[in-house]
Design a protein around this ligand. Structure first.
Ligand SMILES: [Zn+2]
Length: 245
């Protein structure tokens, strides 16, 4: 049975979001779209080539310009495995480049994933979701795409009528975490930066907590909208209230 997964959601004049999947077992991160006069900038790629194709079709259906560049917020698979399908240059932090070169060297296949789960049960949630995500395309289709362009601290991308700024924030979820600021739209894409680390990287017996100090540091009058990869976009007052405790 077909599932009702909503298509693109408009956040502001030039910012759109393909929402995350509501079932956390799918590990399907959302994808941001910043529509410039010269083309769209994608904030993350989608977790599979099949998903990237669906989003690309939705861009056309919404009358948006073609994708012209892609940014990885960090190297985790659910943000990058759709990259090959976009066929556009990729910008990311230098640590993301290093991590993706290592990921690209792994012999990804159904057998490799199943062997990984048998070896380390902490990988089961992530690897089960990867099996599901790649079912439509098949594993031979997977190409992990390291960035063509890297940066260290901050980096501007001008899109015609709107400019995005990549800002490296790091943190416990992933050392390469990067946020994407769109000041003229009042939007900040935060990726996963203040989430707890993935299961297999957590210390045994320690209850994972979001990185509240990092999250609080991101909230400012510069932005009205905060777009995280595994939740709905939230307004500043909602984020402020959630972080107040
Ligand atoms: Zn992540």
């Amino acid at each position: 049975m077909a599932e009702a997964v909503p298509g693109l959601v408009r956040v502001t004049e030039r910012v759109w979001v393909w929402p995350h999947h509501p079932d956390p077992d799918r590990v399907q991160a959302g994808v941001g779209v910043i529509a410039g006069d010269d083309g769209c900038l994608l904030v993350d790629a989608g977790h599979s080539p099949a998903l990237a194709r669906r989003i690309r079709n939705a861009l056309g259906g919404a009358g948006l310009p073609r994708a012209r560049r892609l940014v990885h917020t960090h190297h985790h698979w659910d943000h990058v495995w759709g990259a090959q399908e976009w066929g556009v240059p990729v910008t990311a932090h230098e640590l993301t480049a290093k991590a993706l070169r290592a990921e690209a060297a792994k012999p990804w296949s159904q057998a490799y994933v199943r062997a990984g789960m048998a070896r380390d049960p902490r990988l089961v949630p992530s690897y089960t979701a990867r099996l599901r995500a790649m079912a439509e395309d098949g594993w031979d289709a997977l190409r992990i795409v390291p960035p063509d362009e890297t940066f260290t601290d901050r980096h501007l991308i001008r899109l015609g009528g709107v400019t995005a700024e990549l800002r490296h924030v790091g943190g416990g979820h992933a050392a390469d975490s990067t946020v994407v600021a769109v000041p003229s739209e009042g939007v900040l894409f935060v990726g996963d930066c203040y989430y707890p680390p993935p299961y297999h990287l957590r210390a045994a017996g320690v209850e994972p907590e979001p990185d509240l100090a990092l999250a609080r540091g991101l909230v400012s009058g510069e932005f009205e909208w905060y777009v995280e990869s595994h939740d709905a976009p939230r307004r500043r007052e909602d984020v402020t209230a959630a972080l107040a405790g």
